[in-house]
Design a protein around this ligand. Sequence first.
Ligand SMILES: [Zn+2]
Length: 366
Amino acid sequence: MAERIVLQNVKRVNEEAIDLAIDDGVIAEIAGAGSLGGDRVIDLAGCYVSSGWIDLHVHAFPAFDPYGDEIDEIGVKQGVTTIVDAGSCGADRIAELAASRAQARTRLFALLNVSRIGLARIDELSDLVWIDRAQAMSAIRALPDFIVGLKARISSSVVRESGLEPLRIARQFAQVASLPLMVHVGSKPPRTEEILPLLAEGDVVTHYLNGKSNKLFDDAGRPLPELMAARARGVRLDVGHGTASFSFRVAEAAKANGVHFDTISSDLYRGNRLNGPVYSLARVMSKFLYLGYPLKEVVAGVTSRAAAWLNMPELGRIQVGDRANLTLFEVRREPVALVDSEGDERIGHLHLAAKGVIANGRFMEC
Ligand SMILES: [Zn+2]
């Protein structure tokens, strides 16, 4: 006998109130609020529903302390049903990360670090011997349902004397594997003006709102010409807040100049989850509500757009017949102190709070 869970009186981000029936983990019916009944009715008046949130940039390999975390701590426990580990592991240990999925309720994918050693060291691209094509390709072939792209961290402390060479090699790997590349930007060298021209359609720049001197905007807040050219080629922009990579000042100027995010991600690991300034994906999303982005856009940044980049549109929609993958959340009208990576504080008036998820068909409170 199928169990029917009904989520009652829940709002979509367009404010439409609905009931949602889930039979044995599959979305069976979507109807007007108050019209459906079932074995287990959960009244969610005041709550929103979206497809399950996706965080495209986290670190979920606890062995690499402090740059790792437990999968469900940065996943379902904070309303995120899918996370993408952004290059914690290279070919050496990616199989271990893949195996850790068995213990988790959060769906996990990975971007393979082009350095085989991954974040075992934080200068993982400083020696080109660690960028091993055969090893990378064999990892990608072995884990086709897990590796969704490549990751290269192109900043001075990571590449040291290697300059742009790791990025050139990473782009070749991506080309050969037909996968997109996520590039982390930070302190120079290499300069942002040299990095952006090497990226192709579908590649992602993470940390695009960082406030470092090598940022993607000039001192007046205008986007660099190389950034506009990359946008025009189809290069995407991802937030990747992190400990050091989100500046309100830059974010305000970027928005004023019409340069908007494609996806919102956290760059969470244990340290910046427990001690800030990141805390959770919901907190990062609240910062974009503060910046004046509509709720619909902010949610699209962690649902449909992230799913589109993953080439898994089913993860970014609510549709009858799909396996239920949902996030339930509140938008509280209350003051919230929001601190960026530079220590700048803003007081927001909308506070996003995850209430629960339906992950892999099962309901769980946050
Ligand atoms: Zn990261």
